[in-house]
Each structure stands twice: as C-alpha cells, then as structure tokens.
Ligand binder design. Structure first.
Ligand code: SF4
Ligand code: SF4
Length: 418
C-alpha cells in the first residue's frame, strides 16, 4: 500500500467554500445510483480536504471515491456556495497521480491508450484499423458480447477521411465574420463528417470558417485525469496555432473540449508568458450552438419522427449552456420535439470514464437508455462524441438500433436547404 502524507495540494480558498449543505447530492449521478455519501460531491470534498490537511493518508483506498467521480460537474452547477468542484477534482487527481501507485492494467489504459493513443489523431487512426477490419469482415459476430458491444459504434465503412478545407467562405448576404474551427483528436478521427456538417452550418449562418493546421488536442483528456502538465502543453500548442485577434470566435462542436478551451485562462493563469493569450483565447471560444440563431437559416421541414435531446455534461454543467442547443433542435423538429427525463444526468461516458470505471458507466448507460426508450423518440440529439458513443452502445444493447443518436451538427445539417 502506498501512503503519502504530503499536504497542501488544494487551493484553500476554493476548498473551504463548501458549506456541506448537501444541495448538490440529488444532482450527482454516482450518489443517485448508490445513495452512498462517500460517492457524493460533499463526501468527496470532505475526503479531498482530509487528504490535503494530512488527516488521512493518500492511499489506493482514498483514491476509490475520487476515481469514481465522473467529473460531470453537475454538483458545481447547482452549488449555492460557488464551489469550483472541477478545479478541486483536477488538483486532487494530480496529487493522486503523484502519490498513489497504480497497477499495470490501469497505467496501460491511462498512459498508453487514453493519453498515448486517443489524444493523438494519427495514432488513433492506426489503432482503429484492425477494429474496422473485424467489422468489415463480419468476424465481430463470433466475439463474446463484452467485446462485440464496444465495436458496435465503429462504422463498417471507413469514414471518409478527405482533408477538411482550411478556408471556407460564406456566400450569404449577411456576413458575420471569420471563425476558426477546433477539430480536436477523437472528433477528427471518428466524426470528421460532423465537422463537415459544422462547416456547412456556419457557412449557412453567414460565417467564414478557417481551420488552423498547427492545432492539436485541447488537453481535456489529460486535465480530466489530473495530468495538468500535459494539459498545459496542449493549451500552449493551440495558443500558438490560433491568431484570435481577427476572429469573431473560436468554435468547438464537442462539449468536453469546449469547457477545457474556455478554461485555458485558468489553466495557464500562473504562466507569465501565456496567461494573457490564454484569457483572450478562452474569451473567444464558443460552442457551435452559441453561434447560430435558429432564425438565420431557412430550415427544411422536419426529416425525422419524434426527437429528444440529451445535455452533454460539459455543455450543460461546465459551460451552463442548455437553452441554445434546445432552441435549435426545437426550431427544426417543431412539434416532434419531446423532453427526456433526467436529460441533464450523465450517461456514464464522461470522457474516458467508461473505460476506467466500466461498472458505474454501465449502470448509468442502462439508466439513460431506459429514459431514451420512455420518450419513444426516433432520434436522440447531443453535443459530445463520448455521449454519442455511449448512448449508441446502450441502444444497441437494448436491440433498438432503429433509434438514431446524432450529433447536433449532423441533425441540424440534415435540415439545411439544398
Ligand atoms: S459542494 Fe456546494 S452544494 Fe455541495 S455540499 Fe458543498 S456547498 Fe453544498
Ligand atoms: S462531478 Fe459529477 S460525479 Fe463528481 S461529485 Fe460532482 S456531480 Fe458527482
């Protein structure tokens, strides 16, 4: 057992903001599922502060409650005391990374698969090749269900990988300026067509779109796991790649990346060279839904039956954006729109959580699938690649492949005028 009594890893001002009122408990997916105070925001904050003050040692056991946190930040969004839970979580995870020895399986998953492959589009493309071959040849049907299910989200056909145009100019009469698109890592490999939809939407909205070529991973895959050093490196690479002064906005279509980009100012706040540029970059960052007014575009009539919407946690809770995407979806779907129960409760994807905490991820996925089925929707719309894959896997497991889960950009683009 490792034990590290090093203290003072938390920002005291942030940590002491919690008044233990418990108002966040009902919003916390792991508490809602288990009823266990240790797996609630309040319980985790007690634990963080006790480790920070050296009242209990930092061990594998104390890491369990922190590891099981989704980082969904639903607690932060409802906290009357303004506790910045996401930052406390990152500080604690950074401390755990320094202090607790992880087994080889966990290290392999985090260091090799998540940080070594997922965060690098070119490596991910290579890693997906054998999985696509198994799907294409139909060999997946001979695999046990536990291996078949994760493959269910991989498109049989190799997705079109033609490069995205580095500059696209709008032909709309009303011109709204130039925006720069962040293409990301997972999004760019697995959802490049969604980027094409995003560009078409922005052009129809009156924006010129540029894609700076020197950009890279936003850093979310690192910061969510407490690897703040690498997260800062990613941020600096992007700051160097984007000249934001002549942009209307830096636009992002993945909620998890969007919250990280909007927090570059905090991430690099102590960096004398980059702090100012980071603040300027974050101030310019907008989710796609924030940049489109539903009335700017002549949408086609609804192309689907009933449509529902799942809030991506990092859009709803971290960025507090719930109305803008809903307004777009409602405008396009008209009377076919239906709200989903618990639409703002995490689906269990939470970045790489479904890989590192499969049991809780599966419980939340089944809960979410039940709510999707209760709406009788034909289409579920959301704003984050992880949520898409998680809900598709849930729907596949429920043998309801007739239900589509679409990124909001693809859903809206299906209704653009010809
Ligand atoms: S995090 Fe906020 S809502 Fe939760 S117990 Fe602390 S003060 Fe209350
Ligand atoms: S981030 Fe999410 S899972 Fe973690 S304590 Fe807050 S509400 Fe619970």
């Amino acid at each position: 057992m490792n034990s590290d009594r090093s203290t003072g890893f938390l920002d005291n001002l942030k940590a002491s903001a919690c008044i233990h009122c418990g108002l966040c408990l009902a919003s916390c997916p792991t508490y809602v599922e288990t009823g266990n105070e240790n797996l609630s925001p309040r319980g985790r904050i007690y634990l963080m502060r006790a480790m920070d003050k050296g009242l209990i040692p930092t061990t594998e056991n104390s890491a369990i409650a922190i590891d099981s946190c989704l980082g969904c930040r639903a607690c932060e969004a409802v906290c009357p005391s303004g506790v910045r839970y996401g930052e406390l979580l990152e500080e604690t995870r950074e401390h755990l990374n320094r202090s607790v020895h992880r087994g080889w399986k966990e290290s392999l998953l985090t260091k090799v698969f998540i940080e070594g492959i997922l965060a690098h589009p070119e490596r991910m493309e290579i890693a997906l090749t054998p999985a696509r071959w198994i799907k294409q040849t139909g060999l997946d049907r001979f695999l046990p269900a536990s291996l078949r299910e994760p493959l269910s989200f991989i498109d049989k056909k190799r997705p079109a990988q033609e490069s995205l145009p580095s500059v696209s100019r709008t032909t709309r009469a009303t011109q709204r300026g130039k925006v720069a698109l962040i293409v990301g890592c997972v999004m760019d490999v697995m959802f490049r067509e969604t980027h094409r939809s995003t560009i078409r939407l922005l052009l129809n909205g009156g924006y010129d779109v540029v894609i700076p070529q020197a950009q890279g991973c936003c850093g979310a895959l690192f910061s969510h796991g407490g690897n703040m050093l690498e997260a800062r490196r990613c941020a600096i690479k992007n700051l160097a790649a984007f000249e934001v002064s002549d942009l209307e906005a830096v636009v992002i279509n993945a909620a998890g990346c969007g919250s990280t980009l909007k927090e570059y100012g905090t991430l690099l706040g102590q960096d004398p060279k980059w702090a100012q540029a980071a603040m300027a970059f974050s101030a310019k960052t907008r989710d796609l839904s924030e940049l489109l007014d539903p009335e700017w575009i002549e949408w086609k009539p609804p192309q689907f039956g009933k449509v529902t919407y799942q809030d991506a946690c990092h859009l709803a809770h971290a960025q507090r954006i719930t109305e803008a995407p809903r307004n777009l979806v409602k405008r396009v779907a008209g009377g076919a729109y239906v709200e989903m129960p618990e639409s703002d409760l995490c689906c269990g994807s939470a970045g790489s959580y479904n890989l590192t905490q499969p049991e809780m991820a599966d419980r939340l996925r089944r809960r979410k699938t039940g709510h999707i089925l209760s709406t009788n929707a034909e289409v579920v719309v959301t704003s984050n690649p992880g949520c898409l894959l998680q809900m598709r896997a849930g729907i596949h497991a429920a043998k309801r492949d007739d239900i589509q889960v679409l990124h909001i950009a693809d859903f809206l683009a299906a209704h653009l005028p010809d």
